[in-house]
Every structure is written in structure tokens, then in C-alpha cells.
Ligand binder design. Sequence first.
Ligand SMILES: NC(=O)c1ccc[n+]([C@@H]2O[C@H](COP(=O)([O-])OP(=O)(O)OC[C@H]3O[C@@H](n4cnc5c(N)ncnc54)[C@H](OP(=O)(O)O)[C@@H]3O)[C@@H](O)[C@H]2O)c1
Length: 267
Amino acid sequence: MASQLAVITGATSGIGAAYADAFAQRGYNLLLTGRREQELGALAARLAQQYSITADLQIGDLSDPRELQALVDTVTALPALDALVNNAGYAEDGRLGEIAWEKHRALLDVHVTATTQLSHAAMPRLLQSKGILINVASVASWLPTTQSVLYGPTKAYVRSFTESVGLAYRHEGLRALALCPGFTVTDFHSRMGIDPDTFYKNKGFTRAWTAEQVVSQSFRDLDKGRLVSVQGWNYKLLVFLIRHLPTRWMHAALARSSSTRFTERNP
Ligand SMILES: NC(=O)c1ccc[n+]([C@@H]2O[C@H](COP(=O)([O-])OP(=O)(O)OC[C@H]3O[C@@H](n4cnc5c(N)ncnc54)[C@H](OP(=O)(O)O)[C@@H]3O)[C@@H](O)[C@H]2O)c1
């Protein structure tokens, strides 16, 4: 059987890099995307050598419409595709109107437009291969993120979109999953100026998990036919509570907390 191909956005670090490793381990060839060419190239070279696969790169900023279109064109032209992981993402600190519209637009384009357009471009090939579509949302998809105003809403879109597409094509063999991590040890928070050494906890209700744990859980959930994957007892409990307790209790708790700003510094 010819090798399978996985396309992974934001593969340079964190969850995307863990997916690149996991798909390479399973024998998939890779097309990896991101902006940091040197780091991405080093990862691709390591995986190609370690797992005897091919790993190609497409460098581009998904908030740039021309660079997104170039990746969409590449995906559309692929003769076969077995997995697409829309993982690229970040949080932009700021309430509506506090930061320039350009920053809000960029986040909307990376989380919403790129995820939707790349999924659309990939769908014919994914249906042919009965392949995998993984879109990275967040536990924040169930939470208002008052101080990073578009983060929660865009991740809610990603989760809902993935559930819709997954259910629509379930009987045609598509395996779709909305990955909803809680705090995960990656470059995500350090990019925002947060000190990872003090921010990530290894126990308790806010404990952080590794990207590898999050990715392993997602493959287990895909095998069980689930549409949503949440890693860790703490985030499973949090999501259960959010979904089953009255919404006004969550709003009251959030209103009382001093901040839901992602960049809140530890003392
Ligand atoms: N870490 C957490 O606690 C957490 C929790 C819930 C959800 N998530 C989600 O998980 C996903 C992966 O994040 P991560 O935690 O692994 O953080 P990360 O290590 O910072 O990885 C983010 C990836 O996205 C890429 N990326 C960011 N902006 C991009 C842009 N404009 N164009 C193209 N690529 C871009 C980055 O690559 P380049 O820098 O090379 O472009 C990088 O590979 C994100 O969607 C994030 O929202 C993370």
C-alpha cells in the first residue's frame, strides 16, 4: 500500500510537532507548515530520518490571505490525502477595542478562516481515503475569555464546525475530531511573555499536560469514534461542570475572578 500523507499546520512546536511525530511513527509521510522555517526544517529532517518517511515543508503565515491561499492550492492539488490537522493557533491578549483591528482579524483568519478553508479544500481527498480531520480547539471553547476576547469564541467555532462536519460525513468514513486541550506545556504561553516554569502546574485542578499526552489521548478518542477529545481528569471535570451546572454560576464565578487574561503574570 502506498504511504499515507498527513498535512499539519503549526507543526513547528507544541501540539503540532507532537502530531507530526505521532503521524510519522504511524508511517505517514508529512507536509508540515508554519512560519519558523529553520525549526520546522530541523523537525522535518529528524522525523524523515527517524521514521523513514518523507517530510516536506510549506512555510507561510496563515493570517496572510495570499499565504493561506498558497497552502489551500497545495492541498487542493494533492493527488491523495489521509489526514489534515488544523492546529496553528495562538491567543491575543486584549479586550475588544483595546488592540488594533488588524490583530483581531489575524486571529480570526488563523483560527476560523484557515481551519474552514483548509478543511474545505481537503474534504474530497479525505472522503476518498476515509481519512482523519483533526481541528485544534480548546477547553476555552466552552468558556468566555473576557480578556482575550476572540480566543474562546473562535475556539467555540472550531469545535462546533468540527462536530458539524464530522457528523455530516460520519457515514462516509470521515473521522473528525475537535481536540480541546486545557493548559498544555508548549510555546503557547511563553510566546505571550508568561514564564512557563511558574505557570505550568504538575498537579491540582489547573495541572498542565504534555503535548504528547494530549495527542495520544486524541488518537484513543478517534479510535472510539468520538468527535471531541479532552485530555486529563481535571479538564474533563471542568467541561462536565460547565456543561451541567447553570450557566449563570459560571458567569458569576468568572465575574468574581480577578482576571481571565491569558497573560496574567504570576506574582
Ligand atoms: N498550550 C495550551 O495550553 C493550549 C490549550 C488549548 C488549546 N491550544 C491550541 O493548541 C494549538 C497549538 O498551540 P500550542 O499550544 O502547541 O502552541 P505553540 O507551541 O505556540 O504552537 C503554535 C503553532 O502554531 C503556529 N502558528 C501560530 N501562528 C501562526 C500563523 N499566523 N501562521 C502559521 N502558523 C502559525 C506556530 O508555528 P510558527 O511559529 O512556526 O508559525 C506553532 O507551530 C493552538 O491552536 C492553540 O490555540 C493550546
